[in-house]
Design a protein around this ligand. Structure first.
Ligand code: GLY
Ligand code: MN
Ligand code: MN
Length: 463
């Protein structure tokens, strides 16, 4: 049973935003079904914006919201033959009571009804550049309205990006969303614990053909699914040894050997919400001194980032705090020789740390693992700034964190073999990632059901 009130409130907020901008109508399709091969589709996943406003996850649906607050749903009609093969459809007759929309039609009536809904609206809002062919479809409907102008119809005079409104709303999570994110984080943490323990046990007891990345991926998927998660939130990374230095590596069949580190970046999607956790652990349960040295640097960097994740701080503050700690560690370990690179500020200036740390420390997370939302402060003025590539760009200051925002905190160090880099660190890749909910005074880590402290990981893997 869908909790209508949540979605009604969100649709009402969209209507208010339309009204405040001079009125109009917002249109939004859900995601299409995507063929995988011949007549088999990829598992269906709704469009996040659409789901955010309806809680409805059937394919083939559309939503329209007018500034007056009236909402119209288009959905697949009841069809006994199709329902025998593909499953029960809600159907337009049951939709108003089930979803709380003002009215509902069969999606077969879309082409006829949309021009009617658009008639006499001052503006049309739809998500720009997210649905292939949508602009052309809207153009077609507007054309039909225009054809009736000489009979007194008025055609919308402006088009706006609906994402702008929805992105701002989605950036700050409500209590319903936070509850799901907490559950998703807990399930994913349990999956990481299971993978760590399985790794140690299989290495100790031996497994035919050797311990492989896919063995641990199977443990993750098992744990996600047995707790009701519908999908992984993204392709799971299970990286043995040097594979951890490939940032977007996907779990393959590489062997995890005694003495290797294993980096797992995996999280489940639960009821439309993501989780995103990375842990790096010794496959056999015991860090080597070189692995432990780098691990403790990354952990200290994450701690520094967490300490500045609170309301009033900017989105870039955790990254800046983590980067300073990582650089200090690179200088202390000789990854960046002090004689050549100087002090932390010199390395920040030169960018030499990017050889070992080439990504940002976090991103928004929510319905999408890399969630929507501006990373700059919309209410501030743009000024001339230097970007990460050294280019001069007009940019607004980084977003100020507010309670209800959710972001990941994921520093790392990746050491590819190279001249001048101490050999003991070659092929070590470490990332530690947790999901943080900004609270009134600080942040709550949603994913600490799996330890991060090296001693605690070793203890867990011994049990
Ligand atoms: N798992 C994707 C990321 O960490 O951004
Ligand atoms: Mn992430
Ligand atoms: Mn991740």
């Amino acid at each position: 049973m869908i909790n209508n009130r949540i979605y009604e409130k969100r649709r009402a907020a969209v209507a208010r935003a339309l009204k405040a901008a001079g009125g109009g109508i917002a249109l939004l399709p859900t995601a299409p079904e995507v063929p995988r091969n011949r007549d088999s589709d990829f598992p269906y996943r709704h469009d996040s914006y659409f789901y955010y406003l309806t809680g409805f996850s059937e394919a083939g649906a559309w939503l329209a919201i007018e500034a007056s607050g009236k909402s119209t749903l288009f959905c697949r009609p009841k069809d006994l033959e199709r329902e025998i093969w593909d499953g029960i459809r809600l159907g337009p007759k049951a939709a108003p009571a089930a979803l709380g929309v003002s009215q509902a039609f069969s999606v077969e009536a879309l082409e006829k009804t949309m021009p009617q809904l658009l008639t006499n609206q001052p503006a049309v809002w739809f998500p720009f550049a997210t649905h292939k062919g949508l602009e052309t479809q809207v153009d077609g409907w507007l054309n039909q309205v225009r054809a009736r102008v000489r009979f007194g119809a008025e055609c919308p005079g402006s088009q706006h990006d609906l994402c702008k409104v929805l992105d701002e709303m989605r950036l700050v999570k409500d209590s319903h969303e936070v509850a799901i994110l907490r559950r998703a984080g807990k399930i994913s943490a349990g999956a990481h614990v299971r993978a760590m323990q399985t790794s140690a046990a299989l290495l100790r007891d031996g497994v035919k053909g050797g311990l492989r990345e896919y063995h641990l991926e199977a443990e993750l998927l098992h744990e996600f699914r047995r707790h009701g998660s519908q999908f992984p939130a993204y392709g799971s990374i299970v990286a043995a040894g040097a594979n951890a230095c490939v940032l977007h590596y996907r779990a393959g069949d590489a062997e995890l050997k005694d003495g290797d580190l294993c980096l797992i970046d995996a999280g489940c999607e639960l009821d439309g919400y993501a989780s995103d956790i990375t842990r790096t652990f010794p496959a056999n349960g015991k860090f080597t001194p070189a692995q432990r040295t780098l691990y403790d640097i990354v952990l200290a960097a994450q701690k520094a980032a967490i300490a500045v994740t609170r309301p009033g701080k900017r989105f870039t503050d955790p990254h800046d705090a983590a980067t300073r700690v990582l650089i200090q560690g690179m200088l202390d370990t000789g990854l960046l020789p002090k004689a050549k690179h100087g002090k932390v500020d010199d390395v920040l200036e030169s960018g030499a740390y990017r050889q070992f740390y080439m990504h940002r420390t976090g991103h928004w997370m929510g319905m999408d693992v890399h969630d929507c939302g501006d990373y700059t402060e919309p209410r501030s003025k743009a000024t001339l700034q230097t970007d990460a590539l050294g280019l001069q760009v007009m940019r607004k200051p980084s977003r100020i964190l507010r309670a209800g925002m959710v972001l990941t905190i994921e520093p790392g160090i990746y050491v590819r073999p190279a001249k001048g880099v101490p050999k003991e660190f070659w092929n070590i890749g470490i990332r530690i990632e947790d999901d943080a909910l900004v609270t009134a005074k600080g942040c709550e880590l949603l994913t600490r059901g799996v330890p991060v402290d090296a001693d605690e990981i070793e203890a867990l893997m011994r049990d």
